[in-house]
Design a protein around this ligand. Structure first.
Ligand SMILES: [Zn+2]
Length: 112
C-alpha cells in the first residue's frame, strides 16, 4: 500500500505542475527552446545583506583565521581581538575569510 501512496503523491504533483504550467501562459513559452541564446542580460545579483542573527554558540567557537584569536561582534562585523580585522556577517553567516575582512583602517573609513 505504501507504493500506492507514493503514486498518488506523484500524480498530485504532476497535476499541480500541469495546472501551474497551463496557467502560466507566457512562462511556458520559453520552455521548449532551451537553446535560444537570447537570454535577457543577467540582472546583477544583489550582494548578500550584511548583518543578521548569528548563533551565539557559533560566535564562541569562531576565531580569526589569521591569528586564531577570538572575535567579538561589533555591528555587522566580527572583530578580531588581536588584529582588529573586521569579518563581515552576511545574512547571519560570519564570513571568516582574510580576503573578505576589512582591515582596521578600512573599517574606520567605512561609514556606519
Ligand atoms: Zn586577527
Amino acid at each position: 500500500m505504501k507504493r500506492l501512496a507514493v503514486l498518488l503523491m506523484a500524480a498530485g504533483a504532476a497535476a499541480w505542475w500541469w495546472r501551474k504550467r497551463s496557467a502560466g501562459g507566457d512562462d511556458a513559452a520559453g520552455w521548449s527552446t532551451p537553446e535560444s541564446a537570447t537570454a535577457p542580460a543577467a540582472e546583477p545579483e544583489e550582494p548578500p545583506k550584511l548583518g543578521g542573527e548569528v548563533d551565539p554558540e557559533l560566535l564562541e567557537i569562531l576565531a580569526c583565521p589569521l591569528d586564531k584569536q577570538p572575535v567579538s561582534r561589533q555591528g555587522d562585523y566580527l572583530v578580531c581581538s588581536a588584529c582588529q580585522r573586521h569579518y563581515p556577517i552576511r545574512e547571519g553567516i560570519p564570513v571568516m575569510l582574510i580576503d573578505e575582512a576589512l582591515s582596521p583602517e578600512q573599517a574606520a573609513a567605512t561609514p556606519g
